[in-house]
Design a binder for this molecule. Sequence first.
Ligand SMILES: [Zn+2]
Ligand SMILES: [Zn+2]
Length: 66
Amino acid sequence: MVGGLVDCPMCQGLKKIGCPNCGGSGILRKRHEESAVETPCPACHGNGVCQCTACQGTGFKQVVPF
Ligand SMILES: [Zn+2]
Ligand SMILES: [Zn+2]
């Protein structure tokens, strides 16, 4: 078996993962007094997804042969 590039197991090659900070909704809800304030998630800028940290957004993972 030779080394090479395989789809990243973390994002399945999608290069992006659901934002763990907001759970993929892109919105953070904070309870403030009696009203709920919705703010765009700063980690993903409201997109709900962020760059995969396992592959640095490449979608691939380097497999090193033994
Ligand atoms: Zn987020
Ligand atoms: Zn990845």
